[in-house]
Design a protein around this ligand. Structure first.
Ligand SMILES: C[S@@+](CC[C@H](N)C(=O)[O-])C[C@H]1O[C@@H](n2cnc3c(N)ncnc32)[C@H](O)[C@@H]1O
Length: 316
């Protein structure tokens, strides 16, 4: 072992892993974050997905004083510390200041899907073909809250991605669920996640390929009771009129969503735009509550740069 700092890194990984595994067992969970750049010399995030590891290596301009251990030694240390064989390590390079539209582009065509367990449910993840895996681990607690709110509700999942919130809503007994996304790939994945949990009912569950702004313009007023609104920070797909910037456009997006919400209905708005500032005055609702802290799971405590708000449409 060449690098003198590696033993410290290994013991940190083992300590974090013991702690997370204990909590994960209690939550029937086999996908969670083990390490998030705790030691500056080891700029990685490391996530467990069943018996696999996703390692994101954060590339940053090499500051003269920083000492970064060489990657092969780090990967060998991670494999040893977490007892995961080399072939089960999936490594991603991430730029600290990445281009937000990179997020959904294809990296490979392996199409290898893995099934992971969370909250008594199962989800397909893909650790090879995209920058993201198909399941945002940091939203686990928000999904559980959403399940508890879904009974007999008409649910709308906007920017639904692989439909994790829709699966939780169905498991929570939602009356109907509409999932909207621009990507057919993700809508098909969402439907497969629903079927994987034997929850898919075509009479109750609709998967709609549309630009969200256009969907909201065409939707009837007061037609939903519960909405999850989790837009990307930036989006400029050809299927859109112009582009979408969450800081600039969130008031219009939220007010358009409130229009399709029943009076007294609830909207969860979430963004992981780092420097996000909510334009409270522009939102046509009396009840706007920052619930970010209540939506952070154990493995993201103190590490989270995501905001979440509960917004209620005024009752008549
Ligand atoms: C941050 S992800 C949403 C994550 C999702 N809420 C979850 O927790 O799994 C953003 C999603 O928005 C979709 N998207 C981007 N621009 C869109 C648009 N204008 N209309 C609809 N979907 C869009 C992307 O395809 C992606 O699936």
């Amino acid at each position: 072992m060449s690098d003198p700092l590696l033993p410290q890194f290994i013991s940190r990984l083992q300590k974090n892993d013991r702690h997370c595994r204990k909590l994960a067992r209690r939550q029937e969970l086999d996908c969670f974050r083990v390490y998030d750049r705790d030691l500056p010399e080891f700029p990685f995030t490391i996530d467990r997905y069943a018996d696999q590891l996703l390692i994101s290596h954060y590339l940053r301009p090499v500051e003269p004083e920083s000492r970064m251990a060489d990657l092969p030694s780090c990967l060998a240390a991670i494999s040893q510390a977490l007892e995961v064989p080399g072939e089960a390590l999936h490594v991603r390079e991430r730029k600290t200041k990445g281009d937000p539209t990179q997020q959904y582009q294809k990296l490979a065509e392996d199409k290898q899907l893995l099934i992971v367990r969370e909250g008594g449910l199962r989800f397909y993840v893909n650790l090879t073909d995209y920058l993201d895996t198909g399941l945002f681990l940091d939203h686990r607690t928000t999904r559980e809250r959403f399940r508890d709110l879904s009974r007999d509700k008409r649910v709308l999942n906007l920017f639904c991605y692989t439909g994790a919130f829709s699966v939780y809503a169905a498991d929570g007994g939602a009356r109907s669920i509409v999932s909207v996304d621009l990507s057919n790939t993700y809508l098909n994945w969402a439907q497969r996640n629903m079927a994987l949990n034997r929850l898919f009912d075509p009479a109750l569950h609709e998967f709609c390929r549309s630009d969200v702004m256009q969907y909201l313009q065409n939707a009837n007023p007061n037609s939903f009771d519960l909405v999850i609104l989790d837009p990307p920070t930036f989006s400029n797909s050809k299927a859109m009129q112009g582009n979408f910037d969450v800081q600039r456009d969130h008031p219009t997006l939220i007010n358009q969503t409130l229009r399709v919400l029943e009076a007294g209905g609830l909207l969860y708005f979430s963004t992981n735009c780092r420097k996000f500032k909510l334009d409270r005055a522009a939102i046509k609702a009396d009840f706007v509550k920052d619930i970010t802290n209540q939506t952070i799971p154990f493995d993201f405590q103190g590490r989270m740069q995501r905001w979440c708000y509960a917004i209620k449409k005024p009752a008549p």
